[in-house]
Design a protein around this ligand. Structure first.
Ligand code: HEM
Length: 376
């Protein structure tokens, strides 16, 4: 039973009620998992899961209920409007949120422009291909019109990512609010903490582990790569002359090599800019969020080497197999993905009187930096 689009989650104590899904415990060791561990709920119109212990203090459900009661509706209606004008915005917003939270927590530092020649996070190589900044500013402008200086850019990112996922058929998950925005970016931290698109599974898992994610959570989060586009520059070295072999990466299915070369326009024409669909709209057909991604990996059809690497290690391929195994696997994925997104959204938020509420997301409110902050 797949969760219907537009699914919502309600919180009761630490148990979250969501539209359809399965029971599982995200903290179980991977070795103990098989599809038999996933049982259907009696009531197949909803599922419950234990709200992961995120350790985040100061976030709350409905943080803006008193100060900006329409905040979440303003975000979701604007995301819907943007999505109907350009469905690609959903993938862009999900990625933007991940890139924000992974560096110094979910504090909207990724949105900041350069200041006084100081490089911003956007200048760092892993962030140069991010999109969606204009969409975030549009949402923020509507919020400023309704409730000036109240809703943080960090919360806009979190809510917009969740709403985007629902629009592309992904699982809904509860988003706590009350994050505040950082006054500065963290350019120097970006490259060391993001694994590259050719990373080995060990490097990818290590990057996630440093942020407290298990292998299972890492494999689930990478299911986000079932939506959006990837430019040829991120995989061209796999399809023509991989590692000096004179041929393609032999972990790629031969038919897929052809598709990847065609998407890039051929070796002579390939300037790295052409985009290839991650697979959500494979061959013009909508194939769903998550379902297709893992099945494709098992067939050697991962576009990024770092994705394909998930099938190279026993500890990760077991999750790829679980998530690829039909309807039950898809349900398992949706629940694990929702859990992992909740944990992602709680990475080191600024709360209480820390940080600030920016008016424009690209610009911090200027004030003298403390000594601790002034160490780029
Ligand atoms: C840590 C390992 C990861 C690597 C190496 C990686 C790398 C990449 C690369 C190279 C692209 C293509 C960018 C472009 O061509 O413009 C991409 C796109 C994307 N990534 Fe990741 N990514 C990782 C993890 C994640 C995670 C955890 C998420 C979300 C939870 C995510 C969400 C996305 C989305 C939605 C897109 C499509 C963006 C668009 O169409 O604009 N990625 N990623």
């Amino acid at each position: 039973m797949l969760a219907p689009r537009g699914a919502v989650c309600l919180l009761a104590a630490s148990v979250v009620l969501c539209t359809a899904g399965l029971r599982s415990d995200a903290s179980r060791p991977a070795a103990a998992i098989s599809l038999d561990d996933y049982e259907d709920d009696d009531d197949d119109s909803s599922f419950s899961f234990t709200f992961p212990d995120t350790g985040a203090r100061g976030l709350a459900f409905g943080f803006y209920d008193e100060t900006c009661p329409d905040a979440e509706e303003i975000v979701s209606s604007t995301v819907r409007r943007l999505f109907h004008a350009d469905p690609n915005v959903a993938a862009a917003l999900v990625r933007l949120f991940f890139h924000d939270c992974f560096i110094h927590g979910c504090d909207a530092s990724v949105l900041l422009d350069r200041v006084d020649g100081r490089k911003s996070e956007r200048d760092a190589a892993p962030n140069q291909s991010l999109r969606g900044f204009g969409a975030i500013e549009q949402i923020k402008a509507r919020l400023e019109a309704a409730c000036p200086g109240t809703v943080s850019c960090a919360d806009v990112l979190a809510l917009a990512a969740r709403d985007s996922l629902v629009l592309v058929g992904g699982p809904s998950f509860p988003v706590l609010t009350g994050r505040r925005d950082s006054a500065r970016g963290f350019y120097d931290e970006v490259e060391p903490h993001f694994p590259g698109p050719n990373a080995t599974y060990a490097a990818t898992l290590d990057a996630f582990a440093r942020r407290g994610f298990t292998e299972r959570e890492a494999v689930a989060l990478l299911g986000a790569h079932s939506i959006g586009k990837v430019r040829c520059r991120f995989f061209r070295d796999r399809i023509y002359d991989f590692a000096g072999t004179g041929g393609p990466d032999d972990s790629i299915d031969p038919d897929m090599v052809g598709e990847m070369r065609a998407a890039c326009g051929g070796e002579d024409e390939d300037d790295g800019a052409a985009p290839m669909e991650m697979g959500y709209y494979r061959q013009g057909r909508e194939v769903g969020f998550g379902a297709h991604y893992y099945a494709e990996l098992l067939e050697g059809r991962g576009i990024l080497r770092s994705d394909q690497q998930l099938t190279a290690a026993g500890s990760t391929v077991r999750w790829v197999r679980v998530y690829a195994s039909g309807e039950q696997g898809q349900e398992a994925f949706r629940e694990d993905f929702a859990h992992a997104m909740v944990r992602l959204s709680a990475l080191s938020p600024l709360t209480g009187s820390a940080g600030q509420i920016r008016i424009t997301c690209a610009r911090a409110i200027q004030r003298p930096l403390t000594t601790a902050e002034n160490t780029f």
